[in-house]
Design a protein. Structure first.
Length: 199
């Protein structure tokens, strides 16, 4: 069985100067580039929203970024417009190696957000990643990238729930930390059986 590296959303909008900048988000780039050499299979995800996406505060009247709204699938944080398909903000950080096996785009349906690389935020609609990993004989995953408390967390918890052996290397992740979301994410990942490491 193989071990894959999954690199979550290392895109310009999540790096300093971007629309939804994660503090020090760009620091993960050199570290991830080096890590890639140690894995037979490397996958990258790309947050990839249409303009006017329902997770954008600008798509709701009288709402500001970081407020919560009720969506048909549950509570959703509203974000500044970010990672709009085809824009420079949606592009990978220019120094990130992108010579991996697969680039998976997510969040491309207007009505539903997708933090996890496995399921959209209704926690039901699959992205197809599970089937890809299983058909390639991958049982072990190391997950890194941005943001620790949102897309890394949701991806890691879903992967563990699906039965993969999951490690998150926190030294190659950076978080947003909205109202304690970073500590809550560490707790959720640990509770799901994700191994958290600092290398
Ligand atoms: C993310 C918020 C909105 C992430 C994506 O990559 O963690 N966070 N869209
Ligand atoms: Zn997004």
């Amino acid at each position: 069985m193989s071990h894959a590296l999954i690199v979550i959303d290392v895109q310009n909008d999540f790096c300093p100067g971007g629309a939804l900048a994660v503090p020090n988000g760009d620091e993960v780039v050199p570290r991830i580039n080096t890590m890639m050499d140690a894995f037979e299979i490397v996958l990258l995800t790309q947050d990839w929203h249409p303009a006017g996406h329902s997770s954008f505060a600008t798509s709701h009247s009288d709402k500001s970024p970081y407020e919560l709204v009720d969506m048909p699938y549950g509570a959703q944080v509203l974000w500044p417009d970010h990672c709009v398909q085809g824009t420079d903000g949606a592009a990978f950080h220019p120094d990130l190696r992108t010579d991996g096996d697969l680039i998976l785009r997510k969040g491309f349906r207007s009505a539903i957000d997708s933090y996890s690389a496995f399921f959209e935020n209704d926690q039901k609609t699959p992205t197809g990643l599970e089937g890809y990993l299983r058909s390639r004989g991958i049982a072990d995953l190391t997950i890194v990238g941005l943001a620790t408390d949102f897309c890394v967390n949701y991806s890691a918890v879903d992967a563990a729930r699906l039965g993969f052996k999951v490690q998150v290397d926190l030294s190659a992740c950076r978080g947003i930390d909205l109202d304690g979301s970073l500590g809550a994410a560490h707790e959720a990942m640990r509770a799901a059986g994700v191994e958290l490491t600092q290398t």
